[in-house]
Design a protein around this ligand. Structure first.
Ligand code: BTN
Length: 245
């Protein structure tokens, strides 16, 4: 642990600009805001006038962290919370591109469609929230580094030593690369890392629940589910594995 981090009451791998910026390899993250307690890094980024694509907001804690599908994202101190500004030039594979980048940076786990990072035992390590705001896309990532904040969550530090500033820099570099990658390679890499296909699944799309087996990912990143009525494409929703028996 660096001297400055001792006694500061924050997790190892200070995200302060002087520790984070020298670790960057690409363009993302060069415009950087590092804060203590915020409502949500998504909100801070949205309100950052003049933020350029690739700008990043990171915080130590969030009081109103948001998850996918209107859920809350528990954001105690010790973990990693950040948002990256992208332009709307991104394609429909963005959720999968971001998921592949997350796994590459974390070096642990498997992907649950569309982009949850799960520990080898299936507990949740990290999640990604993508929000559109006019011409801009806000990509928010929460990684449980030191603290598993709910019973089905895991902390990345259970599996490897983590330096948060390095993890953030590694993710941004991986994201930049995966955003430029050919769709075929994104799909193949996502499928190699997946924990979803071939399993009996229950999918909640709004009020509707559909059961079937995940058979493939379509060209636009949709989950293809074989149900008793044939194959159906799921573009958004929450999936859970159905335990046979
Ligand atoms: C999910 O799995 O439901 C997505 C979780 C995304 C959480 C991150 S933490 C940083 C950013 N700010 C938020 O309010 N949410 C995202």
């Amino acid at each position: 642990m660096l001297k400055e981090e001792k006694g500061a009451g924050i997790a190892p791998g200070s995200l302060a600009p002087q520790h984070f910026l020298p670790r960057l390899r690409g363009k993302f993250g060069r415009h950087y805001r590092y804060l203590g307690v915020v409502s949500s890094t998504q909100d801070v980024l949205r309100e950052w006038a003049g933020a350029a694509p690739g700008a990043v907001v990171a915080a130590e804690q969030q009081t109103c962290g948001r998850g996918r599908l209107g859920r809350r994202w528990e954001s105690p101190p010790g973990n990693l919370y950040f948002s990256v500004l992208l332009t709307t030039e991104v394609d429909s594979l963005l959720p999968l591109r971001a998921g592949v980048a997350l796994r590459e940076a974390a070096c642990v786990g498997k992907l649950k469609w569309p982009n949850d990072l799960l520990a080898p035992d299936g507990r949740k390590l990290a999640g990604i929230l993508i929000e559109r705001c006019g011409e801009r896309v806000l990509l928010g990532v929460g990684i449980n580094v030191e603290v598993a904040p709910f019973p089905t969550a895991a902390a990345l530090s259970e599996f490897r030593e983590v330096h948060r500033a390095q993890l953030l820099a590694d993710f941004l570099w991986a994201l930049e690369e995966w955003l430029a990658e050919k769709p075929e390679l994104v799909l193949t890499t996502w499928k190699e890392a997946n924990a979803t296909l071939g399993k009996p699944l229950r999918v909640r799309v709004g009020e509707k629940v559909v059961e079937g087996v995940g058979v493939d990912i379509g060209p636009r990143g949709e989950l293809l589910l074989r149900t008793s009525d044939g194959v159906c494409a799921v573009h958004a929703g929450e999936i859970e594995t159905v335990n046979p028996g």
